[in-house]
Design a protein around this ligand. Sequence first.
Ligand code: NDP
Length: 476
Amino acid sequence: MDMIINGTAAPAADETWIEVTNPATGECIDRVPRGSKEEVNAAVEAADAAFGEWSKKTTRDRGLILYRAAELIRRDHKALAALLTREQGKPIRESTDEVRGCANIFEYYASIAGLPAGEMVTLGKAGDCLVTRVPLGVCAAIIPWNMPVLIMGWKVGPAILAGNTLVLKPASTTPLTNLRIAGLMQEAGLPQGVLNVVTGPGETTGAALVQHPRVKKISFTGDCATGHRIREMAQDHLKILTLELGGSDPMIVMADADIPKAVEGALRGRFYNAGQICTAVKRLYLHEKIAEEFLRLLTAKAESLTVGNGLLPGTDMGPLNSAEQLGRISSVVSETIGREEGVIRTGGCPLTGSGYSHGFFYKPTLIADVVPDAALLTNEIFGPVLPVVTVPDLDAAIREANRSKYGLGASVWTKDISTVKRVYDEVNAGIIWVNRHLIVPPEVPFGGTNESGIGRENGSKALDSYTQSKTLYLGW
Ligand code: NDP
């Protein structure tokens, strides 16, 4: 079994392949195998066979391979970023950030090799206990298409540093850069079988991986409904789960905020990666004293964004990742307007015409005066559409911010520390930013409450979720 199942074998028939499309042009750029249950079984067996030796290596040795992988990612960052843009759509600047972000994550986990530490518990005459943390075995990582390289880093870094082996299933629209990075990890010295990549549809290949009895842990990032399905499928074998299921992050701007800075924050927070980020700014709450001025400035900025092929210099925002995503965004906006649940300030339709005709482009969109129960506010809107609500005071902002089934991130823009304290105490979210949004450093735990999921990624504590405690009881 090769470490990476990457489709070098000849296809038996057309239906054995998945085509990967450039979302800016609609062209097929490559194809990967449509993996079946057999490939999943083979990958899990390879991971299982590699586990014994890999888990016995020192964390220092495992960390050194992560360091080397980071070096190789930096060496090849231009080619990796171009490939990511071609399969995902985002501007090359953002792809470069993401590729470097993956290297940062590997370096971070390499730098904390040695954790998690064990502990000694003394029980007097009853004895002494040594409690250590041991790896779980074969883990599964199911990756989405919005930030495939960064999220690969979040899962692969801690999993393999902790001594586990892994089977990774990329999203079907963005498998190529994941495969390329897995190849670099092999070049960095990762032994055969430690990281295995299986491409194929989530409904079959992904489900087979989730249900495989020898997979001990599943780390999934993606849609809330898929997360629930995975939880149901995983319960038969009592698998350990980390589920990152998205969000509907509120951004609250108070009257005392630095308005130009907050306008930039909203612009980047919503339109980075064409809005396809779990912690994007998905709801904007503006204090009534600054609301009109803020919207005027933000509208001008949104209208000045250059939307186009991410490979072209000067592109600020690329296409959506697929025709399905474009369809979802177009429908939710037209339904909102049809039901008179908000008023379009700019955008509100796909981009057509020269340069756009074969891609999945949508205009940067601002919708004001959105009514409280509109789908734009209650669902996760995964595209460049920002609903804006005017609020009279902080009480109303906090109340509205908490009217969501999600609880991933939230930001407050203010100079008043008591406002910060109230938002931190009262808004349901895993992370509260102050005068920032959308920054997710590898050193800090990331994850949410409620329907945003279960567990945390990043930070040293992520190692806990890839290990379990084991106790040596010494009776004297
Ligand atoms: P999915 O949750 O379906 O896809 C995420 C990953 O899960 C992909 O690798 C997918 O494979 C896989 N998958 C799908 N079904 C199963 C299954 N039954 N068992 C195991 N794995 C599975 O998201 P979509 O791509 O359908 O996007 C739909 C919506 O989800 C978006 O509009 C957005 O709202 C949300 N989303 C949120 C993300 C976040 O980071 N919060 C990321 C991506 C989507 P495959 O690609 O082959 O289908």
